[in-house]
Each structure stands twice: as structure tokens, then as C-alpha cells.
Design a protein around this ligand. Structure first.
Ligand SMILES: Nc1nc2c(c(=O)[nH]1)N[C@H]1C(S)=C(S)[C@@H](COP(=O)(O)O)O[C@H]1N2
Ligand SMILES: [Mo]
Length: 248
């Protein structure tokens, strides 16, 4: 190690310079925060924060590929009693015997699909690491019909040519918007089974979405209606300030 000697005078000068720089940084941070705090509210969060989220969305949206699969696990890795999280849209009683899936094909054109009809379509099982934005994750096992198989079977080509699908609970308390590429991803399923048995009520009986390319928020439980649109459908957590894409 080589040292250079400096005079007391130089030492003082350097100290003043470092403190000034430090002070400028603190002031900048302070004004930035103040600017963000006073910026207008856009979709549940301040405008500068929303701009960063939108930028992230554009980057990750453009990197998205339907060919890239989420990691899957052997059946034996799936937890036996997965935690149930979030019950918005599940609070009202559901008449499960009467349940039908409403598929809105167009104005005044709704297709009704019963659970037993869905169960006749080819079934897909998946074991993957379910991730929640709250910071937990668990390896879980789900079964159902691929969204892609479902739309093919019901000839929903005109609908899936649009950019988004909007899915909501029967009471419309919880709702998600999904970009069509992610909906048609080969691991996205309309799910009616967990661990090989019908979904528990708390986990979305009779039907939920399992979409491994996205965080938990998009895995809507107890689906009532599916729509298609060019515009972004409303999204429960987006309106609370989260990003719309929430891709993994
Ligand atoms: N209807 C409905 N679906 C929902 C939620 C909700 O509150 N209501 N919460 C979401 C969130 S934040 C997560 S992490 C997952 C949790 O799924 P699980 O209960 O099967 O663990 O469900 C998602 N789907
Ligand atoms: Mo979540």
C-alpha cells in the first residue's frame, strides 16, 4: 500500500467537498420523493411510479415468449395442504349446482359452459412453484383444461384474435385482465382440480385460473365470466397500484 501525504489544508478541503456532495445527494433524494408524493394519482399509484411500472411492463411484455415454459416439478414435490390466500369475490355464497361459465363472445352473444362439459375436454396436470407478490411461494399441483384447448374447442378464434381477456368472479368483486399471449400459453389452464381432487371452496371451486407465467394475483379463483377485448380489461390489483402484466 502506498500513501500520499496531504496537508491539513488539503484535508479540510476534501472534507468540505465530500460533505457538499453528500448534501447534494440528500437534497436530490428529498426533492425526488417530494415530487413523487405530490404527483397525480394514476391507477392506484403516483404518476412517476406508474411510469416505471409501465416501462417494466413494456420490457417484460416484449421478452415474453409462449415457447418458454415455467419450471415444473415431480408430483411428489407438491404440498399436500396448500395455503389459501385472498378471498375477494369468494365471500358471497355460490350456488355450485347452478354454476355455469359465462363466455361472452360478443354483444348479446354469451356461451354457457357447465363444469361437466369442461371436464370432457382433454385434461392437463401441472406441478409448479406458485408465487405470490407478498413474498411466499409453494409447489402445488393443479389440473384442468388448457385455456388454449378450451378456446379451440369452442371456436373462439375471433375472440382470441383480440389482445386481452378479462375474467371475473360471479359477484364481480375480483377481476383480472390477461394479455392474450399469456392466456394462450401452453401452461395456462382453466383449473378444476387441486391434488387430483375437486378444488376446495377456498381455492376457487368450481373453476379458477392457473397461469404459471404470472404471479398469484392473476390466478383468479371462482371464475364466473370470461370476456375478450382490444382494450385492457379492468384489473383488481392494477387499480390498487400494482403492475398490469405481473409476469414471471
Ligand atoms: N377470487 C379471487 N381470486 C384470487 C384472489 C382473491 O382474493 N380472490 N387472490 C389472488 C392471490 S393474491 C393469490 S396469491 C392467489 C392465491 O391462491 P391460493 O388461495 O390457491 O393460494 O389467488 C389469487 N386469486
Ligand atoms: Mo397473491
Amino acid at each position: 500500500m502506498k500513501y500520499t501525504e496531504i496537508t491539513a489544508q488539503q484535508f479540510k478541503k476534501r472534507t468540505i467537498i465530500s460533505f457538499s456532495i453528500f448534501f447534494v445527494f440528500i437534497l436530490t433524494a428529498f426533492f425526488c420523493l417530494r415530487w413523487i408524493r405530490h404527483a397525480p394519482q394514476v391507477n392506484g399509484t403516483r404518476k412517476p411510479l406508474r411510469s416505471v411500472l409501465s416501462f417494466n411492463e413494456r420490457v417484460f411484455g416484449s421478452l415474453f415468449s409462449t415457447g418458454r415454459l415455467s419450471k415444473t416439478y415431480p408430483l411428489s414435490d407438491a404440498v399436500k395442504k396448500p395455503r389459501a390466500n385472498g378471498n375477494v369475490g369468494l365471500r358471497s355464497p355460490v350456488d355450485t349446482a347452478d354454476w355455469v361459465l359465462n363466455v361472452v363472445r360478443g354483444e348479446k352473444d354469451t356461451l354457457w359452459v357447465r363444469l361437466d362439459e369442461l371436464k370432457k375436454l382433454p385434461k392437463t396436470d401441472i406441478v409448479f412453484d406458485f408465487k405470490c407478490i407478498e413474498g411466499w411461494s409453494q409447489v402445488t399441483h393443479w389440473g384442468g383444461v388448457k385455456f388454449a384447448d378450451f378456446v379451440k374447442y369452442y371456436h373462439l378464434d375471433k375472440q382470441t384474435a383480440l389482445k386481452y381477456t378479462g375474467i371475473s368472479t360471479p359477484d364481480r368483486e375480483y377481476y383480472v385482465g390477461i394479455d392474450m399471449n399469456s392466456a394462450l400459453h401452453p401452461q395456462t389452464i382453466l383449473c378444476y382440480e387441486m391434488n387430483g381432487a375437486p378444488l376446495p371452496l377456498t381455492q376457487g371451486y368450481p373453476l379458477r385460473l392457473i397461469i404459471p407465467v404470472k404471479y398469484g394475483v392473476k390466478h383468479i379463483k371462482r371464475i364466473g365470466e370470461i370476456k375478450f377485448s382490444t382494450e385492457r380489461p379492468p384489473d383488481y390489483w392494477y387499480e390498487k397500484g400494482y403492475d398490469y402484466f405481473t409476469g414471471l
